[in-house]
Design a protein around this ligand. Structure first.
Ligand code: UDP
Length: 331
């Protein structure tokens, strides 16, 4: 298929681009490079530097490249930033996605795979989380992703677009060959921050909240390897192409690890010790987010294969220790 990947120069998008290429798809990347990295896009892939807000330009790109499917990753994704500066989340995520959807509608693209999040569930009533549980985001980021899911459902109903929204739990890790990995500016995600601390690039790792109702008082998350996520995107594309109905799938390992667990595992995997500090809670963080991901396993045969926390941290460590400054300067 001809696939357009928005945000294909970003973290999850770039890993998915490689998975799509390995499956024989023709891939075009559309990215405004506001947060993505040119070097994350393989040489043989056409990179179009454009913004999803430009409906006419995006429609022309879709038509000219005869795009069958759009995979939509282009979004801001930081919980803390979304609480401090909601306007950029509504503009980039909600308005941007509306514009992209309108271009998709006008160009008659058949399929869309959307990069959604477990944050749509907010603070769940029970765990693990199944797809039918209530939506009640506790942060602006999750709210914007929920609004986009609703737009997709409405466009699907009205115009026949077929889509899957993938609700990621905590994406982590890096390509096993060390070619691409996670590089955000500023970095806010737990594993890269821990590893930068292990490398001596940061003074300490702060634990945001030690009074949560969890066994060790720190937040529990379900970490899923980015290459397992990428594989899921290829599988749902085949599912849609084979006539699968539009729907949502959780993507997680079904195992929860606390912030303290992750710090201890990182110390073992890296063989380094580093300073850990306790800090207040971060706004908008639910205590526990663990996926039930039986639905996608059953329907598409997806299985996470690199998502033990040891493998996730080892792959991430391989990337970070060889790219101390991310994509800018390899050392
Ligand atoms: N976290 C932390 N210290 C940090 C960064 C994150 O304690 O420096 C915690 C955060 O509060 C959350 C978990 O680690 O409970 C995962 O956070 P991250 O930002 O990686 O992902 P999120 O769950 O927000 O998508």
């Amino acid at each position: 298929m001809n696939v357009l990947v928005t945000g294909g120069a970003g973290y999850i998008g770039s890993h998915t681009v490689r998975a799509l290429l390995a499956q024989g798809h023709q891939v075009t990347v559309l990215d405004n490079l506001s947060r993505g990295h040119r070097d994350a896009v393989p040489q043989q892939v056409r990179l179009i530097i454009e913004d999803i807000h430009h409906i006419d330009k995006v429609r022309r790109i879709l038509e000219t490249a005869h795009i069958d499917a759009v995979m939509h990753f282009a979004a801001h994704s930081q919980v803390g930033e979304s609480m401090e500066n909601p306007t950029i989340y509504y503009d980039n995520n909600v308005v941007g996605s509306y514009c992209l959807l309108e271009a998709v509608r006008q160009a008659g693209v058949k399929y869309m795979v959307f990069s959604s999040t477990a944050a749509v569930y907010g603070e769940p009533e029970k765990t693990p989380i199944t797809e039918d549980m209530p939506y009640c985001p506790t942060n602006v980021y999750g709210q914007t992703k929920l609004m986009i899911e609703n737009m997709l459902a409405q466009f699907s109903r009205a115009y026949g677009l077929k889509y899957v929204a993938l609700r990621y739990f905590n994406a982590a890790g890096a390509a096993a060959d060390g070619s691409i990995g996670e590089d955000h500016t500023p970095e806010t995600h737990l594993i890269p921050l821990i590893l930068q601390t292990a490398l001596g690039l940061r003074k300490s790792i702060k634990i945001f909240g030690t009074d949560y109702p969890t066994p060790d008082g720190t937040c529990i998350r379900d970490y899923i390897h980015v290459t397992d996520l990428a594989d899921a995107h290829c599988r749902v594309l085949s599912y849609l192409a084979q006539g699968g109905v539009s729907q949502y799938f959780n993507l997680g390992s079904q195992h929860g690890f606390s912030v303290r667990d992750m710090i201890e595992t990182a110390k073992q995997v890296t063989g380094r010790d580093f300073l850990v500090e306790e800090a207040p809670r971060r706004a908008g963080d639910p205590a526990v987010l663990v996926a039930a991901s039986g639905k996608i396993r059953e329907i598409t045969g997806w299985q996470p294969i690199r998502s033990s926390v040891e493998t996730i941290i080892a792959d991430a460590w391989n990337w970070h220790s060889h790219h101390r400054s991310g994509y800018d300067v390899s050392q």
